[in-house]
Design a protein around this ligand. Structure first.
Ligand code: 13P
Length: 260
């Protein structure tokens, strides 16, 4: 049985106070979701300590894990403004879990900040070495889908960033398929379109890693909401969601997570 995961990518939204309130509201509604669903909240960096503390106080820090949205591709040193994977991983004080997940390769990082597969591989390696689980994002633009090159493009994103990893490293990878044309647009991939790509990603991973690919959670992201989550999550190779806009409302985020 693969892990079911619903992760909220808050992007650059909320103040620290609003973020703490949001996570409290999510914690209060946990009884609405199945126990085997792992929630992850990935707030902005400035919020991590406060949100971590709130999760501990609410007693929910095992079912709601903390994630970061990015990490540096360098270990440490003179890289002004950057935050290392190890800094994220050591946020907890040893008595709590602190940051457990990091999102790497989001299309907004690739597109706006020029992050190449080469840079992303450096990030993934450092994150795994620091003990973090990586939510690695892939996905095509509409023009690529229309030109019929989306399978090749996604295969390249998988091969260049995941294939250099060892089998043990791969076990801490979660893949998120986020078609760029579906992010923040209100246009969701149909469940058939999403399933087709998820199955393709799993098959691509299997080419190198064999049966381990069956254990890798593959999440769908892109205008996922309570009204379409159940159909998406019912697909064989869709193991949950990476949620943007709808993760900023506790009711919607919980509504999505209760759709399994
Ligand atoms: P939306 O859910 O707002 O479309 O964003 C998806 C996303 O980019 C999550 O990482």
């Amino acid at each position: 049985m693969r892990k079911k995961i619903v992760a909220g990518n808050w992007k650059m939204n909320t103040t620290v106070k609003e973020g703490v309130e949001l996570v409290k509201a999510i914690a209060q509604q946990l009884n609405r979701i199945p126990e085997d669903v792992q929630l992850v909240v990935a707030p902005p960096l400035t919020h991590l300590s406060s949100v971590n503390q709130t999760l501990i106080e609410s007693g929910c820090s095992s079912q709601i894990a903390l994630g970061a949205q990015n990490c540096a591709n360098k270990e440490k040193g003179a890289y002004t403004g950057e935050v290392s994977a190890n800094m994220l991983a050591t946020l907890g004080d040893g008595t709590n879990r602190g940051v457990e997940y990091v999102i790497i390769g989001h299309s907004e990082r690739r597109g706006y900040y020029g992050e190449t597969n080469e840079i992303l591989l450096e990030k993934v390696r450092l994150a795994l070495a620091a003990g973090l689980k990586v939510i690695y994002c892939v996905g095509e633009e509409l023009s690529q889908r229309e030109a019929g090159v989306h399978f090749d493009f996604i295969a390249e994103q998988i091969k260049e960033v995941l294939f250099p990893l060892s089998q043990d490293e791969l076990k801490n990878i979660i893949v998120a398929y986020e078609p760029i044309w579906a992010i923040g647009t209100g246009v969701t991939a149909t469940s058939a379109q999403a399933q087709e790509i998820h199955a393709f990603i799993r098959k691509t991973i299997a080419e190198k890693y064999g049966d381990i690919s069956e254990q890798i959670p593959i999440l769908y992201g892109g205008s996922c909401k309570p009204s379409n989550a159940a159909e998406l999550f019912a697909q064989k190779d869709i193991d949950g969601g990476l949620i943007g806009g709808a993760s900023l409302k506790a009711d919607d985020f919980i509504g999505i997570a209760s759709s399994f």
